[in-house]
Design a protein. Structure first.
Length: 480
């Protein structure tokens, strides 16, 4: 992006608003569908589907911080989770898991409003903004995760707050707005570490946008980084002071060793993933902190590490994972390609099957949703259609809807958005999340990794569906 391209977009300032009466319908629809799913989940399964296997790993250190003033788990400082969502879920669960899930639903509905607000800021068109809100109100992954006590819903909401400020800065050139956007970006990283590296490409993008603006080309990246990095650095300093660990969180090292590494080894040696994981001491961390490298299961397979500190064990996990990647780089690239396809094309219907499935059903009859790239399109379709025809129809419908969103979003970018730095900002954020899913997703990559991108895809799809230029006052109802 250059100054010439950014100056082609001379958009009048959009009046900042949080409400319009016509937004009531998509918000009511979003609320209704999410509360209906929550009610059905509680009736069929109680709180078992709400309390996901990741929930305890946030709840334990979060409650310890609230009650004892220390972010700890397993008797030691917790390095696996960052504090923002842990504190959020610890507070919201004080009234019980159903109440926490209800609050999560409200946060999800807030994200629908924020999609409307962001779209309005980007395109300055009320019709496009309302359509984007309608699309995200029924977005399957957002709907399903609204009833799960996991960090995805809060993360998307905070990312939308940050993105809206960043776009407003591009329109208004007010550094104070950019600083607020940077603050929200820091909070997003403290909710989910997946946003840890995002400030760097965003700062580079801002430099390129204002490369011929002597003041802004330096001030904009500097203000963004100065509003983000101190908050992130504070958490890393805490880790270093309390444990000697210099990383932001240990989940990256754990994924390298317990997910990506076994996936590579399984492909090379033609063995199942879970078999390789078992040999490393991996276990499902339901109802515990998730710090597997501290567990007896892990130590049984690595008895020489019994006297090691957290930092030493994490250094071992990291180095072993990196060595595995270096030794089998081509296989790792295949893992990355598979992760991208899973993230991009998984329909997301499996989440509904999981949370609505009755617990009394025999385990052998539970719905399994093998990923398309892992078994091939033909076998995937035949397996689902043959065993669960209703779920097959559900998945086909969701897949068609997803592909339609992609096509409409591409139409909007190709026809109208190539000269708009705000559109490139959103595209850049989506590319970043795809890259993270590819590099670190491994066998865990699925539709939930796509959730941070879906607000932007719905936003662009709404513009593509309108078939108008993305400029206020062009056609449709412009915002003044």
């Amino acid at each position: 992006m250059s100054t010439e391209t950014s100056e082609l977009i001379k958009l009048p300032k959009v009046k900042t608003e949080w409400w319009t009466p016509r937004l009531a319908l998509p918000l009511l629809a979003a609320t209704a569908v999410r509360l209906a799913l929550l009610a059905a989940t509680l009736v069929r399964n109680g709180t078992s589907a709400i309390n996901q296997h990741d929930t305890a790993s946030y709840l334990i250190p979060g409650r310890n911080l609230l009650l004892h003033g220390a972010f700890t788990a397993d008797g030691v400082p917790d390095l696996m989770r960052t504090p923002a969502y842990a504190v959020f879920v610890a507070i919201t669960t004080l009234a019980g898991l159903p109440a926490a899930a209800f609050i999560n639903v409200l946060v999800s509905v807030l994200s629908v409003l924020l999609v409307w607000r962001l779209t309005r800021t980007v395109f300055g068109n009320d019709r496009i903004a309302l359509l984007a809100a309608w699309l995200f109100a029924f977005e399957p992954v957002s709907v399903s995760f609204s009833v799960m006590l996991m960090s995805e819903t809060l993360f998307v909401t905070v990312m939308l707050l940050s993105a809206e400020c960043l776009v407003r800065f591009l329109r208004e050139k007010r550094l104070r707005v950019l600083a607020v956007g940077g603050f929200w970006l820091a909070i997003a990283a403290l909710v989910r570490p997946v946003a840890y590296y995002l400030p760097i490409p965003l700062a580079i993008g801002l430099f390129l946008v204002f490369v011929r603006k002597p003041v802004l080309r330096w001030k904009a990246p500097a203000v963004l980084l100065l509003s983000v990095l101190p908050w992130i650095a504070a958490w890393q300093i805490r880790n270093r002071v309390e444990t000697g660990y210099s990383g932001f969180c240990s989940i990256t090292d754990m994924n390298l060793y317990f997910y990506i590494g076994p996936d590579i080894t399984g492909r090379v040696e033609h063995r199942d993933l879970d078999v390789v994981q078992d040999e490393l001491g991996y276990y499902d961390y339901q109802d515990n902190s998730g710090q597997i490298y501290l567990s007896q299961s892990y130590l049984a397979h690595n008895p020489d590490q019994a006297g090691w500190s957290q930092t030493q064990r994490l250094a071992f996990l990291h180095q072993e994972g990196v060595n595995n990647i270096r030794t089998h780089l081509r296989t790792y690239l295949a893992v990355c390609a598979t992760a991208i396809v899973r993230t991009a094309l998984s329909p997301g219907a499996g989440f509904f099957d999981e949370i609505l499935e009755h617990p009394s059903r025999d385990q052998s009859s539970r719905v399994r949703s093998p990923s398309l790239p892992s078994v091939g399109m033909k076998r995937w379709a035949m397996r689902i259609a043959g065993t669960h025809p209703w779920q097959a129809v559900e998945k086909v419908f969701f897949e068609i809807a997803l592909l339609a969103v992609y096509l409409l979003a591409a139409r909007a970018v190709i026809r109208h958005g190539v000269h708009d730095p705000a559109v490139w900002l959103l595209l850049g954020i989506m590319v970043y999340f795809f890259a993270v899913a590819a590099a670190g997703g491994g066998p865990a990559a699925e539709a939930r990794f796509r959730l941070p991108m879906m607000p932007f895809l719905c936003l662009l799809a709404a513009a593509g569906a309108q078939g108008t230029t993305l400029l206020p006052g062009s056609r449709g109802e412009a915002v003044h």
